[in-house]
Design a protein around this ligand. Structure first.
Ligand code: CTP
Length: 472
């Protein structure tokens, strides 16, 4: 295991631990990630003795390094330019049923390993000279790493009940690392699912974010569904599950569809918010679902309702409510537009309107819409994607011609007032709106001259008197 420890910092810790005669180990995520060849910046050091005092001595040796001590937890943290290193004394923990906060006592290294969440997170490597690099693996974590399995050192029921956040962590690690969760664990998560309510929403959402940013997020959402957690933390997504059949007509399972769209989007972007838009784009469907004899299953205005449902979901999940929410709302509200365009004739004015409404988010909207084609019918998929190519080409042409992506009215309210010698009033809005509509319809081009001519014409229609004319 020496090859994982050839960092200068470990040698320094090792020397000081030896001279202080305390047993000292690297433990947890750093060891797991080293064995998986994943770079990690967080190092956890466990000592049988006083972790805080060791941390202070290491900091002194490094010079110019600040130690932050958390006396209540018996931990100390050092920040070097490369790493965040946390020192703690080995401990035993016992938990109270109503809280995630354990009662802590000093313990042996094995006590410390046993209280951890998964066998793969309970691996320790010795830093003392005599045993430097020796792996201490009492729960067969290395074997679980090899077989890509998440198992708990204690019984799953106890591990998850002790700290219910671990249910989210299990699903997050399974998704991030593409591991499986042992069957007993899955059952224990299902049994303890309601205990997730004692975990703060911030911690739950942090795990959701990591699931979301994984290579194949659908895996996490399938596990959340299977264990019953989804219904508790994201009931609106859970509601999309299943399908009905009436008069021989069915509709797709919108949950399975949405997580497929999410995976498709994830192949093309790391943008977390575009991924949220993919997961939530059909969120309005269950509440707008109707069966109509002549049309079959319909979900009229689910785009509009979906966008409206988002603020309360974001608020509950404690996701940011500013521009990120607005962006996801915009994509959800507009997600049907490119498809309608691709199905029908791609007219310039429809493309111009879409560009106007989507603004700079147009490329992300197209990425979402392309990902939304999850039909099993290859011919259909090909046809749609071909039409989308055409939409993208048209978008480019129209943008070059008319620059409506970040539309600014070419004639301002001030010019209108000056031209007709009027003060602020409803005429200004009427004129500006008609100019905008005419540009979007393609009746005039998006430039000052044509907009000004139209303004004069509308002013005349409204019975306004010309006071100054900039063109002649
Ligand atoms: N741990 C635990 N139960 C938790 C959280 C953490 O047992 N609810 C233990 C695990 O041994 C874990 C270590 O504390 O490896 C460090 O936790 P943390 O830094 O949160 O996670 P990592 O495992 O390092 O993984 P990541 O950085 O991906 O969150």
């Amino acid at each position: 295991m020496d090859k994982y420890l050839n960092k200068h910092i470990f040698k320094i810790i090792s020397d000081i631990a030896d001279s202080e005669k305390i047993a000292c180990f690297v433990i947890g995520g750093y060891v797991r990630d080293a064995l998986l060849n994943r770079p990690s910046k967080d190092i956890d050091i466990v000592v049988t003795g006083d972790g805080i005092s060791l941390a202070k001595k290491v900091a002194k040796k490094l010079g110019n390094t600040k130690v932050t001590v958390f006396k209540n937890f018996g931990t100390a943290m050092l920040k070097t330019p490369e790493y965040e290193i946390e020192f703690v004394g080995a401990r035993k923990e016992s938990y109270n049923f109503d809280s995630r906060k354990p009662v802590v006592e000093d313990g042996t290294l094995e006590d410390d390993q046993r209280r951890r969440d998964f066998t793969i997170n309970a691996l320790a490597i010795s830093l003392n000279k005599e045993t430097y690099g020796k792996l201490i693996d009492p729960f067969n974590g290395v074997s679980d790493l090899k077989s890509k399995l998440l198992r708990t050192p204690l019984t799953p029921d106890q591990t998850y009940s002790d700290d219910p956040l671990r249910m989210m962590r299990a699903i997050r690690f399974a998704t991030q690392l593409n591991f499986e969760i042992e069957t007993d664990s899955l059952q224990a998560i299902n049994k303890n699912k309601d205990r997730i309510k004692i975990v703060s929403q911030e911690r739950i959402s942090e795990e959701l974010k990591k699931i979301m940013l994984s290579e194949k997020p659908s895996k996490g959402f399938l596990l959340l569904e299977k264990t019953g957690l989804l219904k508790i933390i994201l009931p609106e997504v859970d509601e999309m599950k299943g399908y009905d059949i009436k008069d021989g007509q069915g509709h797709k399972d919108n949950f399975l569809h949405s997580i497929k769209v999410l995976d498709n989007v994830a192949k093309n972007t790391k943008n977390e918010w575009l991924r949220w838009a993919a997961l939530l784009h059909d969120i309005g469907k269950p509440r707008t679902k109707k069966f109509q004899a002549d049309q079959g299953w319909t979900f009229h205005a689910h785009d509009y309702l979906g966008a409206k449902m988002l603020p309360s979901i974001f608020r509950r999940l404690k996701l940011p409510l500013g521009p990120h929410l607005k962006y996801v709302q915009k994509l959800v509200a507009l997600h049907l537009r490119p498809i309608v365009l691709a199905q029908e004739q791609v007219t310039d004015s429809a493309v111009r309107r879409l560009l106007f409404e989507a603004g700079d988010d147009i490329d992300d909207l197209m990425t979402l819409c392309e990902a939304d084609i999850t039909s099993k019918n290859d011919e259909k998929v090909k046809r749609y994607l071909k039409n989308f190519k055409l939409v993208r080409k048209k978008l480019k042409e129209i943008e070059e011609q008319d620059a409506v992506r970040n539309f600014q009215p070419p004639v301002t309210g001030e010019i209108i007032m000056e031209t007709f010698g009027i003060g602020p009033g409803r005429e200004i809005g009427v004129i500006k709106n008609r100019i905008k509509e005419s540009i979007l319809d393609g009746d005039i081009r998006n430039n000052f001259k044509e907009a000004y001519q139209l303004m004069l014409k509308i002013g005349d229609e409204l019975g306004l008197t010309l006071k100054s004319n900039k063109i002649n």
